[in-house]
Ligand binder design. Sequence first.
Ligand SMILES: [Zn+2]
Length: 286
Amino acid sequence: MPELPEVEALAGYLRQRAVGRRVDRLEVAAISALKTYDPAPTAVAGRTVTDARRHGKFLDVVFDGDLHLVVHLARAGWLHYREAFASTVPLRPGKGPIALRVRLDDGSGFDLTEAGTQKKLAVYLVTDPQTVPGVAKLGPDALAADLAAFAGALRSRRGQVKGVLTDQAVLAGVGNAYSDEILHAAKLSPFALTDRLTDDQMATLHAATRRVLGDAVTRSLGQRAAELKGEKRSGLKVHARTGLPCPVCGDTVREVSFADSSLQYCPTCQTGGKPLADRRLSKLVR
Ligand SMILES: [Zn+2]
């Protein structure tokens, strides 16, 4: 699932490659992905791309005349930049992976795609990004928030730090993968309670958040948009590395499973060497 660093890199790539280009056509193949109907997709034709921004995990492609294509890539969505398209025939509504295509006046453009059968990719064509419900509720940006804003946001929600960090209304941009990485870097248990964190722990968590996300943005930038996706895995220390050695201490990375997700952590680095009980079991024990 693309998180802040990947979306930031996509926005950076679009700023480099697409800003200044005029749109020939916006084609919608997955009708269900487009969540708005006014303005119509045809309103984009003839407009120039003026900027590409990020709001949390949302990508915002800006056209002149204040029109915004706001995209939430969800779990399996991605943006592929094409230097050229094989065909000029407009996309037809169908079941393929391409949800939406933007053709630019130099023959290049981009496809929004979504793999798998669970279609959650969401696209909004709006004159104000704040009218997108998911954007309007975002908390402070995880990369931009200073310590006071960060601590204020996290302490506003009592709960396990893993869940609070990934709540977009609390802090915008962090998802399942980078929260594992941030908590590992901060040497905090994913189940630590936000209202029990000391000021020192909060400062460490804030610094770890900035460092992990900043490093990931740096790694991702400069990659071509089409290649960005694979990059996330290469920089990770615990996420999706169950059973492998922790690169910091050599202990074995462990996992806690939930109904539709899992988290990974290092016991030596994060929980005083004690493996965490499976959440379903620990509920019974508590
Ligand atoms: Zn470790």
